[in-house]
Design a binder for this molecule. Structure first.
Ligand SMILES: [Zn+2]
Length: 376
């Protein structure tokens, strides 16, 4: 007897794949399970960290524009949250809720894929199924970024129909904003605070940069369409060594969210021009660099996958995700990603995260049905 879908989910939850930890064990488990079903397996290791890998599993005739099913293997931390039991030991409540870190976001979908696909005769496929299991989605979609970059180098494309099973309570989401992180370093010269003229105060320089950035944030709120424009958040600042030393260094970190379909390069240039215009105190200097980019997503209305998912969807209108996903990166390699899956984002990232057994089983049925329609 193959494991049931909730049993598979319990196994997946037991891998404590918080983004700061390895994903090698869960990757090996998924590779073994899908290989046993007839998939061929490729691993895309992170060149900077041997404990991080993406697993890509493929079955069926190549270059047939079949279906991508994708999810991230990592989960967010549990420290400091009021969990009522071990987050990595799945519990079943009397009302059918399955509780554990990652049940909703998004190992539930991975379990649904294991279950739904195991019911199919994969030798009869007319179109290919490609499974993309990524690492480090929760900390900036690093895994899918590296995967997309690697595939682009070899000119390889993935099938256009791409289903990312984030918890959307079965609503189809086809767009989201991106996220760009930027770090600004202000430098000055240290001196005894009794002799400020001998130094150059990097924190005062940072204050001027913050004022300029705040004006840019207001400009972006008004200049771009969308409910909140392009939000720019100055999220972190640090500098100085002691109350009686003129500080020689201050670091500012900020993030902003390009709207769906909007590239980030133009916004980065605007930010750079804004920083170039800051009137810095004598003896101080400023340098900025982009820390990371998670691309936005804008999939057109009416893709073939949307047509296949719509009959199953809880609501017919498509929506916008309030968070970034691997979809922005996968769109660079031929995919038209849709975000759609069981569970609620409202309980994700929280203590006692859960998914309803009924939603999990429904997702497995939907995986099976969509593959039957698209790939047979
Ligand atoms: Zn997620």
């Amino acid at each position: 007897m193959p494991p049931t879908c909730p049993q598979d989910l319990a196994t997946l939850i037991a891998f404590p794949t918080v983004s700061s930890r390895p994903v090698t064990a869960i990757a090996a488990f998924l590779a073994e399970r899908f290989e046993a079903m007839g998939f061929s397996i490729e691993r895309f290791d992170d060149p900077r960290d041997a404990t991080k890998t993406n697993v890509v599993c493929a079955v069926g005739p190549a270059d047939t524009d079949g279906l991508v099913l994708s999810g991230h293997m990592d989960v967010v931390p549990t420290e400091g949250q009021p969990w009522t039991s071990d987050p990595f030991v799945m519990r079943t409540l009397a009302n059918g809720r399955l509780v554990g870190r990652g049940t909703a976001d998004m190992k539930g979908f991975i379990a649904a894929c294991l279950s739904g696909i195991s019911r199919l005769d994969l030798r009869k496929l007319k179109r290919q199924i490609v499974l993309v299991w990524t690492h480090d989605e929760e900390v900036g979609c690093h895994g899918s970024a590296h995967l997309a970059q690697t595939l682009q180098l070899t000119g390889r494309k993935l099938p256009s129909a791409c289903w990312i099973g984030e918890p959307t309570e079965f609503q189809i989401l086809r767009q989201h904003a991106g996220h760009v992180g930027v770090e600004i370093a202000l430098t000055g010269a240290a001196a005894h605070s009794a002799y400020p003229d001998l130094g150059a105060n990097a924190i005062v320089a940072a204050g001027r940069a913050v004022n300029a950035l705040d004006e840019l944030a207001a400009h972006w709120r008004q200049s771009y369409d969308g409910p909140r424009g392009v939000p720019l958040n100055i999220g972190n600042i640090g500098g100085g060594a002691a109350i009686n030393i003129v500080p020689d260094r201050c670091i500012i970190q900020l993030g902003f969210r390009p709207l769906p379909g909007m590239g980030h390069e133009g916004l980065v240039s605007q930010l750079q021009r804004c920083l170039d215009d800051v009137r810095l105190p004598d003896g101080t200097a400023l340098k900025s660099h982009v820390l990371r980019v998670t691309p936005s997503l804008q999939t057109r209305e009416g893709t073939p996958l949307q047509t296949l998912l719509s009959p199953h969807a809880a609501v017919q209108e498509t929506g916008t995700a309030g968070y970034a996903t691997d979809g922005g990166n996968l769109a660079r390699v031929g995919c038209e990603p849709l975000i759609y899956g069981p569970g609620s984002i409202q309980v994700a990232h929280q203590a006692d995260e859960y998914i309803d057994t009924a939603a999990l089983l429904l997702a497995a049925d939907q995986v099976e049905a969509v593959i039957r329609s698209r790939c047979y």
